[in-house]
Ligand binder design. Structure first.
Ligand SMILES: NC(=O)c1ccc[n+]([C@@H]2O[C@H](COP(=O)([O-])OP(=O)(O)OC[C@H]3O[C@@H](n4cnc5c(N)ncnc54)[C@H](OP(=O)(O)O)[C@@H]3O)[C@@H](O)[C@H]2O)c1
Ligand SMILES: [Zn+2]
Ligand SMILES: [Zn+2]
Length: 357
């Protein structure tokens, strides 16, 4: 592929694109560098972030924008500086396309590239420095990404299963691991969507004593239990859920994507010194207000977490292959991407749509 080749994909042209109005067309990938890998996309998951981005929900999106950051495919062009990937390898890309990678960067030099504060570029909707161009995601035929953020997919892991792990999976795996989900811990997962379903699977795989799925409606109860949750709380439908489950959990990971959430009630589910981690990213980044006494009265911690580092991604993929973790994915043809995002917005995914080329 020539350096200035055009790629093709689903272009979001304005905020109406989220309503199923993406247009198929050509786009110019970032300028080629010998650190890059070009990938022929076979699969791309649909993440909640794709919808926030298409609708300019977080901030103004630099349209045209091709979303999709749960990419798996085949390496078709590999830069001369790239050591451990060869043409033909099955590889994947998550939500991050580059960080500063400087030896004196505190985060990049300590395997926390996802928190780099000097030049973090997202897989789509990012603008590279100088004249390198923009980043474009995986609702497309090809993707171009720096090799540090391109991962070999372990054998034994299906491509459609691996794809959504690269954002949805890692975003919950990282805080579960960091905050000690494992033997002796009771873990709550709020929001049983794409991320939430991975959180139930990974909390189980990490050996938590108990996994409690917390959703709005009673209608997902059977599916959540089948997925591996020990208990299920429906905050809209279960009477007295706060009282009945008070101070019962050590760790809560919340994947809720809307600011309309009963945050104080969720915090009431934590035991003394428990930890609440927000990973869901509502429009505008808004959260409900929290009263200081809610935190003081049980000595709890309120925090957040953003995707995961390349090392954590490799660890998660290997764990998923070793433990044969089976996410619930529904494959949709890439050509039906517009219908799939509309269904995703309507909350119909059980639990992750994966577009297939
Ligand atoms: N921190 C990060 O690095 C990171 C990475 C990836 C994604 N995200 C963000 O994580 C969020 C979830 O993504 P996803 O792909 O899992 O989306 P998703 O499949 O749509 O799941 C989101 C879940 O949030 C719950 N929810 C939605 N609206 C709600 C409301 N008004 N009140 C209470 N709960 C509500 C729903 O759970 P129930 O139906 O079970 O109630 C829904 O299933 C998005 O905001 C996304 O942008 C963050
Ligand atoms: Zn850095
Ligand atoms: Zn994502």
């Amino acid at each position: 592929m020539a350096a200035n080749d055009k790629f093709e994909g689903w272009l979001g042209l304005d905020k109406e694109s989220v309503k199923g109005n993406m247009q198929w067309g050509e786009f110019e990938p970032k300028k080629w560098s010998e650190d890059d890998v070009d990938i022929e996309v076979s699969h791309c998951g649909i993440c909640g972030s794709d919808l926030h981005m298409l609708s300019s929900g977080w901030s103004q999106t630099p349209y045209p924008c091709v979303v999709g950051h749960e990419i798996v495919g085949k390496a078709v062009r590999v830069g001369s500086n790239v050591k451990d990937i060869t043409v033909g390898d099955r590889v994947g890309v998550g939500a991050q396309a580059r960080s500063c990678l400087k030896p004196d960067c505190e985060e990049c030099s300590t395997h926390q590239e996802n928190y780099c504060g000097n030049g973090n570029i997202s897989t789509y909707g990012g603008v590279y420095p100088g004249d390198e161009g923009k980043s474009y995601g995986g609702y497309a035929k090809h993707n171009r990404t720096h090799n540090r953020f391109v991962f070999k997919i372990p054998e034994g892991l299906d491509s459609a299963d691996a794809a959504p792990m690269l954002c949805g999976g890692i975003t919950v795996f990282s805080p579960l691991k960091r905050h000690g989900a494992g033997p002796g811990k009771k873990v709550g997962i709020v929001g049983v969507g794409g991320l939430g379903h991975f959180a139930v699977l990974f909390a189980r795989a990490l050996g938590a004593d108990k996994v409690v799925a917390i959703s709005r409606k009673a209608s997902k109860r059977d599916e959540a239990i089948k997925l591996g949750a020990d208990e299920y709380i429906a905050t809209d439908d279960d009477k007295d859920w706060e009282k009945n489950n008070k101070r019962s959990l050590d760790l809560i990971v919340s994947t809720v994507s809307s600011a309309k959430m009963p945050l104080t009630s969720y915090l009431g589910l934590l035991r003394v010194h428990g930890t609440y981690i927000q990973v869901g990213a509502p429009d505008g980044g808004e959260l409900p207000p929290v009263n200081a006494f809610t935190l003081l009265a049980s000595g709890i911690k309120l925090g957040g977490s953003g995707i995961g580092s390349p090392d954590e991604i490799k660890e998660m993929l290997q764990l998923a292959a070793d433990q044969k973790i089976k996410p619930w994915v529904q494959k949709r043809p890439m050509k039906e991407a517009n219908a799939a995002i509309v269904d995703m917005e309507a909350g119909k995914a059980r639990f992750r749509y994966v577009l297939e080329n």
